[in-house]
Design a protein around this ligand. Structure first.
Ligand code: F6R
Length: 613
């Protein structure tokens, strides 16, 4: 989704801005643009230069004129919400005198009303966007002897909605003003130069020292420092923190795509999620960030997990783990639905929000709804210091490392591991025996090597994926623990290969979807070696009897009578098997997408973190 970058310092801004925008490409976008303040000359005052295009950052780089010089600049990648992708709708947007330039992530909800008023006052709009309203509004509050930050504060007081913005003023080129409300802004501190962006990945090549703005905060950023303040002009002190993710995490590291790299990074990601959290002596897990002691945990009667897309499916695996190990009723629900249905919030329910980015607006809004009603929320989040992490009462950081590819893989796996730790901790507070606790601890420790073993089948999975990729559509089936695996497998395939994929509980086949089975609609079936093995094999028999092709993901080879192909994965404990069964499905989706020539890391119409409703 939209990305913001900003630079102020002694160098030319545009090379940094273009590189920063390239780093944000993974978030998904349809147009890109830059603005710099060209310094005053002997004959002309300082003035804004703007270049923006529909298309990729590479198209923007090609369009930027050679004389696009200036040490103060802002850049943007836009993901259309108000108005089609076009040059005119791309950011930055300016006022009619080309004095103010604005880039904006988020949505101005009262844009129509503000636009009507500004038009009546003489503003001429040149785009269909809500962002242009901000440029005119700030210009309307800008007085000749006033400060840019005062005009921005006054304008934002009239705005209803969400924003992360960066603002330039041709007449005050010594500063950039940024503001945050519901859409992230992070400042980067350099040597006599400063940066800002919507995402640290745009900054890490230049600085590790960052400051995350809170909602309702603004900052004036100058080459030699920054000042943070509230909408009421009250100064707030923000201490910089150090980004600890490796710079290499932001490159493809020799892999063809970020997605493939991130799939292969999973053993390390799981090791980091587990690191320092397993307690072999008491056969439990230590989760320091929960901010709940054993007595408080014992009072919890129900767990409700909230997340969107793959985070929701990881939550389904988490709910299963919590019910099995702790025997506490647990349920996962799409956060995007929950927030709209006036949910009943119970005092003895623990709410758990799941988000890789920590910025998904629907999940954040669900957390805020629970908290507004007095509920307690934990976050299972990858991005340290993100909005959801900050909003929650406590939680578990995944430490999976940055996930760049739009489709979630390593964060998904680490989320399930985090839930296994939570379930173990909960279980050992309740009735999970020490022997069962030890069984889970050693199974968790074995996971990284078992994932490595699965990843070694990459070439074989690529061959199978190419053979199935041209199918009309695919069915994914699983039973109980296997059903969330099927759902996530179908999600991954459809989002990156655009092959229609549908997930069903294997037990439901006879109640409808069996009608779809034909040689054109193959089935990917989860066949773990657990108490439901015979029932799963029966379902395969039913599919084969209707000439359906079957790819089984199993613990033991399934013969040609029941499956055309079989991928054998190592066995964990039954509660953790879903996590391993999911890994080949990631590779399957990846290779199917490659075989079909898709833009694997940036699938069409999707964005990495969905910061709007
Ligand atoms: C699927 C995918 C999305 C995200 C969802 C939530 O591969 O990436 O479904 O899982 O948009 O994102 P986060 O976890 O950042 O809240």
């Amino acid at each position: 989704m939209c990305g913001i970058v900003a630079y102020i310092g002694p160098k030319d801004a545009s090379p940094f801005l273009l590189e920063g925008l390239q780093r944000l490409e993974y978030r998904g976008y349809d147009s890109a643009g830059l603005a710099v303040v060209a310094p005053a000359t002997r004959t002309a005052p300082a003035r804004l230069k703007v270049c923006k295009v529909k298309g990729r950052v590479a198209d923007l780089a090609a369009a930027v004129p050679a004389r696009f010089k200036g040490g103060t600049g802002i850049g943007h990648t836009r993901w259309a919400t108000h108005g089609v992708p076009s040059d005119a709708n791309a950011h930055p947007h300016t006022d009619n005198e080309d004095r103010i330039a604005v880039v904006h992530n988020g949505i101005v909800e009262n844009a129509d009303e503000l636009r009507a008023k500004l038009t009546a006052d003489g503003a001429v709009f040149r785009s269909e966007t809500d962002t242009e309203v901000l440029a005119h509004l700030i210009a309307a509050h800008r007085t000749d002897d006033g400060e840019l930050e005062d005009a921005v504060r006054a304008a934002l007081k009239l705005v209803v909605g969400t924003y992360g913005i960066a603002v330039l003023d041709a007449e005050q080129p010594d500063r950039i003003v940024v503001a945050r409300n519901g859409s992230p802004i992070v400042l980067g501190i350099g040597e006599k130069e400063m940066f800002a962006a919507s995402d640290v990945s745009a900054l890490v090549r230049y600085t590790r020292q960052v400051v995350h703005l809170e909602d309702g905060e603004l900052a004036t950023v100058r080459a030699d420092g920054f000042r943070t303040f509230t909408e009421d002009a009250r100064t707030v002190t923000r201490q910089p923190s150090t980004v600890d993710w490796e710079i290499g995490s932001y490159d493809t590291g020799g892999y063809a795509h970020y997605l493939l790299k991130e799939i292969h990074e999973q053993p390390g990601a799981v090791e980091r999620t587990l690191s320092g959290r397993l307690d072999e002596r008491f056969a439990t897990a230590h989760l320091g960030g929960l901010n709940l002691d054993a007595r408080e945990l014992r009072e919890i009667r129900r767990v409700k997990i909230l997340g969107c897309g793959s985070a929701y499916y990881a939550g389904e695996m988490g709910a299963q783990l919590i019910e099995e190990l702790a025997r506490i009723p647990a349920h996962s629900e799409p956060a995007s639905e929950f927030r709209y249905r006036n949910p009943v919030i119970e005092a003895d329910t623990l709410y758990v929000a799941v988000s890789q980015s920590g910025e998904t607006y629907d999940t954040l809004a669900a957390v805020q709804e629970v908290k507004r009603k007095g509920g307690r929320v934990l976050g299972v989040v990858n991005t340290v210091g993100s909005a959801i992490a900050r909003e929650c009462d406590g939680g578990i950081y995944l430490h999976a490392g940055p996930e760049i590819s739009v489709a979630s893989t390593k964060a998904f796996t680490s989320t399930v591991v985090a839930f296994a730790l939570l379930a173990l901790h909960f279980g050992r507070i309740h009735d999970l025996s020490p022997a069962d606790g030890r069984r889970i601890v050693s199974a968790l420790k074995a996971l990284p090597d078992q994932i490595r073993e699965i990843l070694e089948q990459d070439a074989e999975i690529a061959r199978l994926a190419a053979a199935y990729a041209d199918s009309q559509g695919m069915m994914f089936i699983g039973r109980v623990r296997g059903y969330p695996v099927a759902r996530e497998g179908a999600q991954k395939l459809k989002e990156i290969s655009y092959v229609h994929a549908e997930a069903y509980p294997a037990s439901e086949l006879k109640h409808g979807p069996l009608a779809l089975i034909s040689p054109e609609l193959p089935t990917v079936a989860m066949v773990p070696d657990d108490e439901l093995l015979d029932k799963n094999l029966t379902a395969l028999g039913e599919i084969k009897a209707r000439e359906g092709r079957v790819l089984a993901v199993a613990h033991r080879p399934v013969g040609p009578r029941l499956a055309d192909h079989c991928l054998v994965v190592p066995k964990s404990e039954p509660e953790l098997d879903p996590l391993l069964l999911n890994i080949p499905l990631q590779l399957f989706a990846y290779h199917a997408a490659v075989a079909l020539g898709r833009d694997v890391d940036k699938p069409r119409n999707l964005a990495k973190s969905v910061t709007v409703e």
